[in-house]
Design a protein around this ligand. Structure first.
Ligand code: ACO
Length: 330
């Protein structure tokens, strides 16, 4: 069975409630209809019910079964204004500003629905930038106890089944933290390893990537990566992690044996952690475009409850897939 089919089956059995806030977008309405038809999740749409129903009829799709919440007339509005203002008080947020945001910014209202457990998760970003989705998540939902970092991973599915686990490798962080320090790199590695176990069901083997293998070069950057390995090993001795490793030493057995003899991870890595966002973002796109790998993501991690980001160029099927992934993350 292919990977996305497996995720869909899990999503159907979990039947979680997911918010789609960007109801101005035709793709979101079509995706909601498809999700309901395939019973992948329960759906909350945000906006004016009449406008949303008119849009669905215009598109010739049914959204029967979707819950529609209009922020200003909803039972949640006053509570969300108070809670959100309190969360941002230290940053100077006033009640009037909180009212304005909760009434008009559906990404923030949607994130509050997740925070207050009205919904299990949210998928946005068809219309809004990644940074806007992240801010809604960071400000309303926040991080899981035990981590300070919201980051992301991509599920890369390669036609070369010898790489990673049967062609599946997780890449992180390719979308969120521009210049992670050693602690943030350890957070990224820990969260991605746990997600690899949760999604793939196999033991994660984490390579912390660099342009150096085990001290072959020594710069501030290589030392940061090696320090992240030490932090993670001390915090989570159950996770198999090694670094700093070059990409070939991480995934090619012969190179790994030569450059990092005795390493349990070198040559067998299935989770690749990049030293910064530039390397990660360029790296996943190289593998996708030159290597014909399928890239599922970015899937956000580290938040207390799941919120996921779409590309603004996403298709209806992409939205459907990210909703299934979000349900499984719950
Ligand atoms: N995890 C947890 N908290 C965070 C994170 C994070 N990754 N980043 C920022 N914060 C917190 C800060 O601690 C701060 O908290 P406070 O207000 O309580 O003090 C607050 O968020 C604001 O911090 P800033 O440093 O001002 O962060 P800003 O809001 O400017 O930006 C953002 C944060 C949006 C995550 C930024 O780092 C960003 O834009 N990242 C890149 C996103 C992007 O464009 N990715 C590439 C495209 S995706 C693709 O190609 C697939």
């Amino acid at each position: 069975m292919n990977f996305i089919k497996m995720i869909e089956e899990k999503a159907i059995s979990l039947n979680k409630k997911i918010v789609l806030p960007e109801t101005e977008d035709d793709r979101v309405i079509k995706a909601a209809s498809e999700i309901l038809k395939r019973k992948l999740a329960k759906i909350i749409l945000i906006g004016n019910p009449e406008t949303i129903h008119a849009k669905a009829s215009g598109l010739g799709v049914s959204i029967d079964g979707a819950e529609i919440i209009n922020p200003v007339t909803s039972e949640y509005y006053d509570e969300f204004v108070t809670v959100y203002q309190k969360k941002r008080e230290k940053k100077g947020m006033t009640i009037d500003q909180a009212k304005e945001i909760m009434a008009n910014d559906y990404m923030f209202f949607g994130a509050m629905l997740v925070e207050k457990k009205v919904a299990h998760g949210m998928v946005g970003g068809a219309l809004n930038t990644t940074a806007h989705t992240l801010r809604a998540m960071i400000q309303c939902v926040g991080t899981k106890p035990g981590t300070k970092s919201i980051s992301s991973f991509f599920i890369m599915i390669s036609p070369n089944k010898e790489i990673g686990y049967k062609g599946i490798t997780f890449f992180a962080d390719c979308a969120v933290i521009p210049l992670p320090d050693a602690n943030q790199l350890a957070d990224i590695a820990e969260a991605t390893a746990d997600n690899f176990k949760a999604f793939v069901g196999e033991t994660p083997m984490v390579a912390m990537l660099s342009f150096s293998t085990k001290g072959s070069a020594e710069t501030e950057e290589t030392k940061k990566v090696a320090q992240a390995v030490d932090i993670l090993q001390a915090r989570r001795p159950d996770i198999m992690v090694d670094g700093e490793l070059q990409l070939d030493a991480a995934i090619v057995a012969e190179v790994g044996n030569k450059k990092a003899p005795g390493s349990k991870v070198a040559g067998r890595a299935n989770v690749l952690v990049f030293p910064n966002l530039e390397a990660g973002n360029i790296g996943y796109k190289l593998v996708q475009r030159f290597g014909n790998a399928e890239a599922l993501g970015p899937i956000l991690q580290g938040a207390n409850r799941p919120v996921n980001d779409l590309s603004r160029g996403c298709s209806v099927e992409d939205i459907v897939n990210v909703v299934s992934i979000t349900s499984v993350q719950v």
